[in-house]
Structures are given as structure tokens and as C-alpha cells.
Design a protein around this ligand. Structure first.
Ligand code: GLY
Length: 595
């Protein structure tokens, strides 16, 4: 792999790049230029990658409010150059104390997703602010108030609505129209904001100013906390009081972010630091890589070049096998033990890899039984996979000292619950709909209900912030939005880098393929000109001939979707130089900052 070919930077040298200085440039890669500028401002003012990450996250709350914010949660992975350690701040939302596993199916029937996810019932206790504050206190150099300053300015002065925000308002599935406070911001006078409109958010500016002055307790206690609790009592008329949220002031006051160690795996001599439970991101990705390592991916002579039928076939089968395991085994490990050791054991994975046939699609795989390799694991049957969202956000940052941040955050669905806290201007998540709607726990089959709702538990995530290492040094940080497809977007990029000898920009631009269920319909890209090289109609016909579904009629081009949005930083192993790579699937932006 050559990570350091010429990279197409989408815009953007605020501070002009020049030849490599003694210390590397700081780099931010973010899905929105104004949020990238907020991070660059921190770096330019002498802040480190953690300070910049805080500023980016708060700015995203203003300019990409449909995807993440203080009403949600996320996972910030940090490589600390001084110690060589990688740490994760887990600010995943938690279920309130007053819930049971049948919250979304009180009568034994699952509520319709749209009703459940747009009611207060879906709102998890938000974690982003506690998480960012914890990261700043541990590893940052700037006070919380300084990192909030760019967001306060953006919310108070306003910014121009970009194409992506405008499209998300129009294609909101009703979410910006259900609650008057949300409609007032994004559909003033009943008219959806359009690209180029100027959006000012005075309530949000006031909220962020208050947090800057008083700290996170201004959010988790007192009047703002009372407003959050009241807001999540909103329900849909179809659900009546069954749709009212269960969060209390005590739930908010007791929320703590958690510091975790990454899940470490290896692939063809590279080391990956991935996200452990409560995300499925790391485990599922490492399982897929281990299954694929048995095939000579990248070797065109053997038919395994980029986008070839053989390559895509084994990718699809690896995805189906790993997602079958994910559906059963992975949830919040602090509540229900996840048999991670067994799931990643070489001998267990050999039994799974043996199911992949070169010349035809396998029958729908069940979850495996890693018990022999993981003493605590009973034999299980799959439970239903809940609906997952196409949104969320990812950004990557490296600073002049060599610290690197890979941060994915979310309010779950696009627009979260659609509930804006009245008077405070931020959206609340619908993260609890990432739990199983129907409880899976079953003593007879031994299903532990890994992702069943329980008090204080975190819903299973797919977020997969990633750090890639070579010879002990970080060489890339990346991740993606996209619900369960996140894991596959990260897989595609990893294979492009390691097996297909692409640089990071090529790896991002290349069309992606995703399957998120064991039953497995393919979702595949190619609709945009920059998605090169194309996955040809002939290749798609070969996949159809193997029995794969999701690509439509024979002879047609079924690769027209868009998957994820990967914002990345790459680090040259020899010189330590940093470069960003941005994804045009959103307004991906790279800014370099000279030391
Ligand atoms: N809500 C998106 C995720 O956590 O994967």
C-alpha cells in the first residue's frame, strides 16, 4: 500500500501549505467546511488534536445539526503521541433507569419505527458533552469555553445552508415538521430552508454560551436538564402515553462518559485499533478482515483485483457471516458479556470461513457458536436487527505533535427524534431505537439478549472510528456515518488501502459495496462520476449469476447508491507528514495548519 500518493484535497488551505517543516502540519478532515475551520482555528491557536476535535464537534452541532450534537453521543478515539497509547472516550447514550426490555413492544408487537423513533420514548440520555469535556480535561490544552467559541459564533452570526442540509430538510421523512420548535428553525414560515439560505440559531447560541460559562452541569442539571426531560415527554398521537420518554433528572445528572481501550486486530501485517462494545464496529470489522485474509485480495492475476466478481463475492460473504454473528452476540458488554475472544479466535473464524464457497452464494448463515473458544458463551439463535439510520458523522484530525483523533458521533437517525428542546435549540437523539425492538433473550435457546433494552444500558452501535498502524506508528485515521453500513464503508476503505494499493483519497473515492444482513441484499455505489473505477454491469451480472440479490435486473447497472462519508487523515510513516483526505459524498473539507 502506498498511503502517500498525491491526494486530491477538496479545498482548502486556509493556512498555506508549504514544504514539510520540522514538525508536521496539523490537519483536519471534516464533513463541513465551517466545522473544519473551527478545528483549524483551535490548531492555529496552539491547541492540540483533542481541542480541535471538541471545536469541530460543537460546530457540527450548528452546521450539520441533523447528524450529531450535544443531544446525542459518540466515540472519540485518540492516539496520544507522548505515550504511544490509544484511548477511546465512549459518550454513547444510555437508556434511562425506568425502562424494560419490551419498551418498544409493550403489547408484544413492535411499534412502527417511524412512530417510536419520533417519540420521546426513543431518546437516550445524551453523552456528547460529558465525553468532549472528559477528553479535554484529560488530554486537551484548552478550556471547554474556548472550544465552544467557534460554534457560538456560527450559531449566533449564522452560516449558509449547504446542499446536504437543504436536501436533508426536504427528505426528512416528516421529522423536521412534527415538532413546532424544529419546524421553526428548519422550515421557517412552513418553507424548507434551501441551499444558500442563511441560518441563524439564537437559541442554540444562547445554550452553547451558557455551557461555556457554567460547564457541562449547565446541561446535565438545572433548568436545561428540566427542559430536556420535558421535551422527551413528547409523544406521537398514535402511541399516546406509551410514546412518552422515561428520562428523569436523575438519569441526566448521573450520566458519565467512559474511557475504554481499543480493540486491537491485525490484517496482513498492519495493526488496527477499532471500537469495542457497545459498538459492533470493531469486532465485526475485524471478523470480516480475518475471513478475507484467506483470499489473495489485490492479486488481479488470480482474479482478485479491485471490484472483480471474485473480490466482491468474498466481501459479500464475509459481510453476511459477520453480520449474522453481530445480530446475536454484540451489545453493551458492560451489561451482557460479549464473547469477543471467541468471535475473533482463529479456529472459530476458520469454521466460518469454510462456509464461503467460491462458485455460489451460501445459504443464509446463522450466527456461529463461539462458545468453545469463549468459555462463557452459550449457543444462540439470531434476534431481529432493528432499523438503522443512514446518518451520523465522522471526522479525523492530526496535530503537529503527532496526536491523532478519529471521532464518530451521532443523534442516530437523520434529525434524531425530531424533537428540539424548546428554548435551547438543539435536537434530541433517537438512539434507543438502536436496541432490539423485540427482546431476544431466551433461556431455552440461550440467547443472552445482547442488545435488549435494560436500565442504564447503551444501545449497540455500528460506529467504527479507526486508527491504522504500521510498525507501531499510526498511518491513518478514518471512519464513516451510515448506520450498519458504517462497518462496511470502513471495510471497503481498509481493503482499498491495504490490498488495492490506493492512496487515501482514491480509497475514499472508490465505489463501495455493503451487505448488512445475513440474508443479504447488496447495496452498491457508482452513481457519481468520482466513484472510480466503476463496478461494471458485467461484474454485476457475475454476482447475480452467483445468486446475489439487490442489484436489480440482469444487464442493468444496480450500483447507484451512496454509502457513508469518510473523512480521513494519513500520516507518512517515514517523515511523519500529515495529509487529509475528504469525501465528496458530503461537503468533505481538509484544512492544513502550519505549526
Ligand atoms: N446510531 C448509529 C450507530 O450508532 O451506529
Amino acid at each position: 500500500m502506498s498511503l502517500f500518493h498525491s491526494v486530491r484535497v477538496l479545498a482548502l488551505c486556509l493556512f498555506s501549505a508549504s514544504t514539510l517543516a520540522a514538525s508536521p502540519d496539523g490537519v483536519v478532515a471534516v464533513s463541513h467546511p465551517a466545522a473544519a475551520a473551527a478545528g483549524a482555528q483551535m490548531l492555529a491557536q496552539g491547541g492540540n488534536a483533542i481541542d480541535a476535535a471538541a471545536a469541530v464537534q460543537f460546530a457540527l452541532n450548528v452546521v450539520e445539526p441533523q447528524s450529531s450534537g450535544i443531544g446525542g453521543g459518540g466515540f472519540m478515539m485518540v492516539y496520544l503521541a507522548k505515550t504511544g497509547q490509544t484511548v477511546i472516550v465512549d459518550s454513547r447514550e444510555r437508556a434511562p433507569a425506568n425502562v424494560s426490555a419490551d419498551l418498544f413492544a409493550p403489547d408484544g408487537l413492535p411499534m412502527p419505527f417511524i412512530q417510536a423513533s419520533t417519540s420521546g420514548l426513543a431518546v437516550g440520555v445524551p453523552g456528547t458533552l460529558r465525553g468532549v469535556d472528559l477528553a479535554l480535561r484529560r488530554w486537551g490544552t484548552k478550556p471547554l469555553s474556548a472550544t465552544l467559541a467557534p460554534a457560538i459564533e456560527l450559531a449566533g452570526r449564522g452560516f449558509r445552508v449547504n446542499r446536504f442540509l437543504a436536501e436533508d430538510i426536504v427528505n426528512d421523512g416528516g421529522r423536521t415538521q412534527l415538532q413546532p420548535e424544529t419546524a421553526a428553525i428548519f422550515r421557517p414560515g412552513g418553507v424548507p430552508l434551501a441551499e444558500g439560505d442563511w441560518l441563524v440559531q439564537p437559541d442554540l447560541a444562547k445554550t452553547l454560551k451558557r455551557i461555556a460559562a457554567l460547564g457541562p452541569d449547565a446541561f446535565y442539571r438545572g433548568s436545561m436538564a428540566r427542559a430536556i426531560v420535558r421535551a422527551q415527554q413528547r409523544t406521537r398521537s398514535e402511541l399516546g402515553s406509551a410514546g412518552e420518554g422515561r428520562m428523569t433528572l436523575a438519569d441526566l445528572a448521573s450520566y458519565q462518559a467512559t474511557i475504554r481501550a481499543p480493540l486491537i486486530g491485525h490484517y496482513r501485517g498492519w495493526t488496527l485499533a477499532g471500537m469495542p462494545p457497545p459498538s459492533s464496529g470493531g469486532l465485526t470489522l475485524l471478523q470480516m478482515l480475518a475471513l478475507l485474509e484467506r483470499f489473495p485480495l489485490g492479486d488481479s492475476a488470480q482474479g482478485y483485483g479491485f471490484g472483480s466478481p471474485k473480490t466482491l463475492h468474498v466481501m459479500i460473504e464475509a459481510m453476511r457471516l459477520a453480520f449474522a454473528d453481530r445480530a446475536v452476540w454484540i451489545g453493551d458488554d458492560d451489561v451482557v458479556p460479549v464473547p469477543g475472544q471467541g468471535l475473533l479466535h482463529r479456529d472459530y473464524l476458520a469454521t466460518r470461513a469454510a462456509l464461503i464457497q467460491p462458485d455460489r452464494r451460501m445459504e443464509t448463515p446463522q450466527a456461529g457458536d463461539p462458545a468453545p473458544w469463549n468459555k462463557t458463551a452459550p449457543q444462540l439463535k439470531p434476534s431481529r436487527i432493528p432499523a438503522e439510520s443512514p446518518h451520523t458523522t465522522h471526522f479525523s484530525i492530526a496535530d503537529r505533535w503527532g496526536n491523532v483523533v478519529s471521532y464518530t458521533s451521532t443523534i442516530e437517525y437523520t434529525w434524531g427524534s425530531g424533537i428540539t428542546v424548546p428554548g435551547y435549540g438543539f435536537l434530541l437523539n433517537n438512539e434507543l431505537t438502536d436496541f432490539n425492538f423485540l427482546p431476544g433473550a431466551d433461556a431455552a435457546s440461550g440467547n443472552p439478549g445482547a442488545n435488549d433494552l435494560a436500565p442504564g444500558k447503551r444501545p449497540r452501535s455500528s460506529m467504527a472510528p479507526m486508527l491504522l498502524f504500521k510498525n507501531g506508528q499510526p498511518v491513518a485515521a478514518y471512519g464513516s456515518p451510515g448506520g450498519a453500513t458504517i462497518i462496511n464503508s470502513v471495510l471497503n476503505v481498509t481493503l482499498n488501502l491495504i490490498d488495492h494499493d490506493m492512496n487515501m483519497q482514491q480509497a475514499i473515492d472508490a465505489p463501495r459495496l455493503s451487505v448488512i444482513h445475513a440474508t443479504g441484499k447488496i447495496s452498491c455505489e457508482g452513481g457519481q462520476a468520482y466513484m472510480q473505477p466503476r463496478i461494471s454491469s458485467a461484474t454485476q451480472d457475475s454476482l447475480r449469476a452467483l445468486g446475489h440479490t439487490g442489484l436489480g435486473e440482469t444487464g442493468t447497472d444496480g450500483c447507484k447508491n451512496t454509502l457513508g462519508s469518510v473523512q480521513a487523515v494519513e500520516i507518512d510513516a517515514a517523515s511523519g507528514a500529515h495529509r487529509g483526505a475528504a469525501d465528496a459524498r458530503r461537503e468533505g473539507t481538509v484544512i492544513r495548519v502550519k505549526p
